[in-house]
Design a protein around this ligand. Sequence first.
Ligand SMILES: Nc1ncnc2c1ncn2[C@@H]1O[C@H](COP(=O)(O)OP(=O)(O)OP(=O)(O)O)[C@@H](O)[C@H]1O
Length: 408
Amino acid sequence: MSSKFNPLLNSQTLIQVEGLGKQYQIYDSPRERMKALLLGSGPQRHHWALKDVSFSLAKGQCLGLIGDNGAGKSTLLKLLTGTLQPSTGRIERTGRLTAILELGAGFHPDFTGRQNLYFGGSLIGLSAEEMKRLEPEIIEFSELEASIDRPVKTYSSGMIVRLAFALVTAVEPAILIIDEALAVGDQHFQKKCIERIDQFREAGCTIIFCSHSLYHVRHLCDVSLWLSGGQVQAFGPTEHVLASYETHVRQQDAKGDSAAAANGGAVAPRADRSRDQAGLVSVEVDGLNADTPPLMAGPDLVVRVKARVPGGSRPSFGVMLEQNHGVGITSLATHAEGVEAVPLGDEQWGITLRFPDLPLHSGEYKVSAYLFDTQGLVTLDEWLNALVFKWVAPNLTPGLVRLPHHWE
Ligand SMILES: Nc1ncnc2c1ncn2[C@@H]1O[C@H](COP(=O)(O)OP(=O)(O)OP(=O)(O)O)[C@@H](O)[C@H]1O
C-alpha cells in the first residue's frame, strides 16, 4: 500500500509528514560517549530508528499506530510531539496538540496533586485562570478528591496516571496523541479514559493512538499505520492494515508455537488476579475425550466460558477459534452481536457458543477467550490458546473449511 495514501483528500489536513527519518548515534558505553564528546569525534555506530516515513492525517481522523517492539512507534510519536528532532524530512501540523505520553513524568514529587495541576497545566499551555476554572472538573474526573492535597510522591502509579490523564484531556485538543500509558490505570479508569477518547473522536478531534491492543485499534481508528523496522509497511483503512499485520503476527507466532505446543499451547491464567478483579474462570469445549490433544466428539462445537465480575455489571465475552499452527478462523463477541451473558450467581457470568455441524476439515484447533466490560471497550482478561482440541471431519476433503455453497 502506498505510504502517500490519503483517504480524505478534500478534508482539512492537520498533520503532514514527509520523508521523516531519525538516526540515533550509538556508543558502546557512557564512557565511550563521554570520550567522543571530549575528543569531538563521531559516534561508534549509527542506527536508523525511522526512515522515510510519509503520511497525512485529516481533521477528525483517528490513526492507529501499530508495529512490533522496536519498530519505531515511540520515536515517531516523540518526533510528532517535538520531544525529538528529526534527522531527515519534515512535519507540518496545525492546531493544539496534546500528548498522553509518559503520563505524569512532568509532575514534581514534592508538590501536592493540586499544585502539580497548575505546574503541569502551565507546561501544556493552560493559564492559571483557565486552570482555576477547570480544576474542579479535573479533580472529579481523576477521583482523587481525598488525596489531592497530598504530595505526589505519596501517590501510586495508578493515581499519577489518573491525575495526568484528567489534566491533559481537560481541554479538547485539535490533535490528541495516546500511547500505551493507559495500560497502567485500573480497569474502571481505563474504561473512563476510553469513553473520553471516544467523545473526543465523535467531536471531530484528530487522534493518533499507538497500541499493541489490536482490539482497541480496530474499535477506535479509521486509518492505521504499520511500522516495521522504522519504515512504513502499510498505511490505509484500519481493516486492510490490520489484516496484513495479523497475518504477519500469526506467522511470527507459528514460529514460536512449537515450544508452546508441548503443553497444549495454553497460556496460563494470570496468577496475580485478586478476588476483587474481574477475570475468566473457565473455558470448556463439550465432548472432549482423554487423548492429548483431546478429540472432539462433534458434530457441534460447543464452547462454554465462565467469568467472575465483582460489582454486578454484565460483562461481554469474546471467543476466537484458530488452527493450532496456522490461520485464524473466526472471532466472535457478545457485545458485537447484541447477545447478553447469563448471570450464574456468586458474581459469575457465562456464555455458551455453539457452531452447529462444525464445518471445519480435520485438524487441530485452538480456542482463546476474552472478557470485556459491558460495551466491549476494555479487555478485562484474556486466555490465549486456552484449549487445543483435535477434530476429525466426517468427510475427508482437503482445505480448511466447508463453506456454505451450492453447485450451479
Ligand atoms: N535513544 C536511543 N538511542 C539509540 N537507539 C534507540 C534510542 N531509542 C530507541 N532506539 C532504537 O530505535 C528503534 C525504535 O525504537 P522505538 O522505541 O521507537 O520502537 P517502538 O516501536 O516504540 O517499540 P516498543 O513497541 O517496544 O515500545 C529500536 O531499535 C530502539 O532500540
